[in-house]
Design a protein around this ligand. Structure first.
Ligand SMILES: [Zn+2]
Length: 250
C-alpha cells in the first residue's frame, strides 16, 4: 500500500489518500502549487502542479511548494462520479502503457483514493511536463512519432492527437498525455494483409497515418517500437500476381 499526503499551503488544508494498486509501499508528500485546469461538472478533470517527495526514498520531502530541490509533478483530481469514471479509465490505459511510461507517456507514481466529507475522491500522481516547443517541425516530429509509435505498438489508440494539446515535453523528449479518449487496439499499421480478393494490401492505422502525414514517417522508429511485426508475412510472397495497395483498416 502506498499513501499520498496532499498539502494546500495557501488554504492550510491537508488530505491523505491511499493506493492499493501501486506495487511499491512509497509514501508520497505533495505540496500543491497551482491549478492549471479547473475541471468541470462533466468528465473533465482538475489538474494541479505540485512539488513532491517520498519518505524512505532518495526523494527529498518538500518543505513548501516553492522548494525547488524537490521534484515537480502533476496531480489530476476527480470528485464527481463522472470524473472518477474518467480517471479510472485513464489510469487503466496508463497501466497498459507501463513499459513506455517515462518515455512515451508520463511516469505514473500512483492512483490514489480517499474520502472528503464522506464522498469519494481520486487522484493520479504523475510526472511533470510542459507544453512542447514546436519551433523545429523535423526535430519535434521525430520525438512525437517516437511516442506515438510506442503507444500504438503497446496496443493503445489515443483518439485526440491531431493538434499539440496533448503533448508535453519532459527531459528533452515529447510525451503524450490525457488518455481519457484512449482505447485499446491491435495496431496493424505496416502489416501486409491478404484481402478476400487475393490482393495484398499494406494496412494503415488511421491515427498513425494521419500523424505521419503531419510529422513525417520514421520507419526505423516504428520498427524499434515493436510495430510492423507482420512486415515479413508470407502474404506477399504467396500471392501469385501480387498487387500491393494502401488501405485503411481499423
Ligand atoms: Zn494503431
Amino acid at each position: 500500500m502506498s499513501t499520498l499526503e496532499l498539502f494546500w499551503p495557501e488554504k492550510r488544508s491537508y488530505l491523505k489518500l491511499w493506493s492499493w494498486t501501486t506495487e511499491t509501499d512509497t509514501d508520497y508528500v505533495a505540496h500543491i502549487i497551482k491549478s492549471i485546469a479547473n475541471g468541470g461538472r462533466d468528465h473533465s478533470l482538475r489538474v494541479l502542479t505540485a512539488r513532491i517527495g517520498a519518505h524512505k526514498t532518495d526523494m527529498t520531502i518538500p518543505k513548501s511548494n516553492r522548494d525547488e530541490k524537490t521534484l515537480p509533478a502533476i496531480v489530476k483530481m476527480a470528485q464527481t462520479p463522472e470524473q472518477i469514471a474518467t480517471l479510472e479509465r485513464e489510469a487503466a490505459m496508463y497501466r497498459v502503457l507501463k513499459k513506455v511510461q517515462g518515455r512515451a507517456v508520463p511516469k505514473i507514481y500512483g492512483h490514489f483514493r480517499g474520502r472528503v466529507d464522506g464522498k469519494e475522491i481520486q487522484c493520479l500522481l504523475m510526472q511533470y511536463g510542459k507544453p512542447p516547443f514546436m519551433g523545429d517541425r523535423d526535430y519535434i516530429g521525430r520525438y512525437n512519432m517516437d511516442a506515438i509509435y510506442a503507444i500504438h505498438a503497446s496496443g493503445i489508440v489515443h483518439g485526440d492527437l491531431l493538434d499539440e494539446r496533448h503533448m508535453i515535453e519532459s527531459r528533452n523528449t515529447i510525451m503524450v498525455v490525457d488518455l481519457s479518449t484512449a482505447t485499446t487496439h491491435r495496431c496493424m499499421h505496416g502489416q501486409k494483409v491478404m484481402g478476400r480478393d487475393g490482393v495484398c494490401r499494406i494496412a494503415k492505422c488511421p491515427e498513425v497515418a494521419a500523424l505521419e502525414e503531419k510529422y513525417g514517417s520514421y520507419y526505423d522508429l516504428w520498427i524499434s517500437a515493436g510495430g510492423g511485426h507482420g512486415l515479413l508475412s508470407p502474404c506477399f510472397e504467396n500471392a501469385r500476381s501480387p498487387t500491393v495497395e494502401m488501405t485503411l483498416l481499423w
